[in-house]
Design a binder for this molecule. Sequence first.
Ligand SMILES: NC(=O)c1ccc[n+]([C@@H]2O[C@H](COP(=O)([O-])OP(=O)(O)OC[C@H]3O[C@@H](n4cnc5c(N)ncnc54)[C@H](O)[C@@H]3O)[C@@H](O)[C@H]2O)c1
Length: 312
Amino acid sequence: MKILVTGGAGYIGSHTVAELLKAGHEVVVFDNLLYGHKESISCPLVVGDLLNKEEINQVFEKEKFEGVIHFANYALVGESMKNPGKYFESNLQGGINLLDAMKAHVVNKIVFSSSCAQYGFPEKLPVREDESKKPVSVYGETKLLFERILAWYDKLFGIKNICMRYFNAAGASLDGSIGEDHTPETHLIPLVMQTALGQKEKQIIFGDDYQTPDGTNIRDYIHVLDLASAHLRSLDYLINENKSDNFNVGTGTGYSVKQIVETIKKISGVDFLVEIGPRRPGDPDAVWADNSKIKKILSWEPRYSSLHHQRN
Ligand SMILES: NC(=O)c1ccc[n+]([C@@H]2O[C@H](COP(=O)([O-])OP(=O)(O)OC[C@H]3O[C@@H](n4cnc5c(N)ncnc54)[C@H](O)[C@@H]3O)[C@@H](O)[C@H]2O)c1
């Protein structure tokens, strides 16, 4: 299949592109390279921004795609609260420009990188897809709103969508050739790794008085290769079933910040300094996925996501 991957030079995109190529798909990446790395992909790259209608339209004029995987969003929660306009404009208008270009060129299948951020402070754990949607960040709000926009493009024009609500992405390729490389980095695991490598003096944990067994936040860390395989499954589903749907993509298990820190200490053999700091606003105590829907409908299983995974 010929697939357009927006944001394919970014963290999750580049790992998914590698798996798509391995599975024999033809891939073109569209990315503004603001956060992506062109060295991370080995397929044609079009450097462009989704806010530029002409740039995205030209891609569809040159090639005929069977489907689109849409990763290209701004994804820094903290920044979205300081500069909401940037997030609403890029994540929503950018996505609309993509959908209009798809409509104009009769491409009617899209997989979207949604997020568990739209659930906000979940009422029930594990979190199911039908949990109430009350985002506590502008970033999470853009994910919820774009899912609604996708539903209208399905209803009005028959563009079928799969919304993949990722939990916390983690990990790297097994051969270490690509991995997570964000500037600025805001994700826990790479930040703790940087501390273990001596690049930071200490690791601060934001609060240890949450309602969890060790007092630190619990999250569901999903390996980037498991995210990649979920995208391949969702493309097959769109082709075979031609139906829109949404799925949680998580492991179904939560780990606390302290468990992550202790595991990295153990694996690295470095006993770095850890300090407890104040809570950050907007952090729910615990979030982990009910992943029974994606397991059942897409026959998907996480393979690499255990904190204690042994390579075989
Ligand atoms: N990393 C996570 O834990 C996580 C969790 C849930 C959802 N997501 C979503 O998954 C997607 C990928 O996340 P990631 O961690 O790989 O982020 P990333 O920043 O590494 O990748 C996003 C890519 O999109 C590009 N991009 C952004 N806006 C663009 C635009 N307007 N036009 C063209 N290119 C643009 C960036 O340059 C980057 O290469 C995002 O939509 C993000 O919101 C990520």
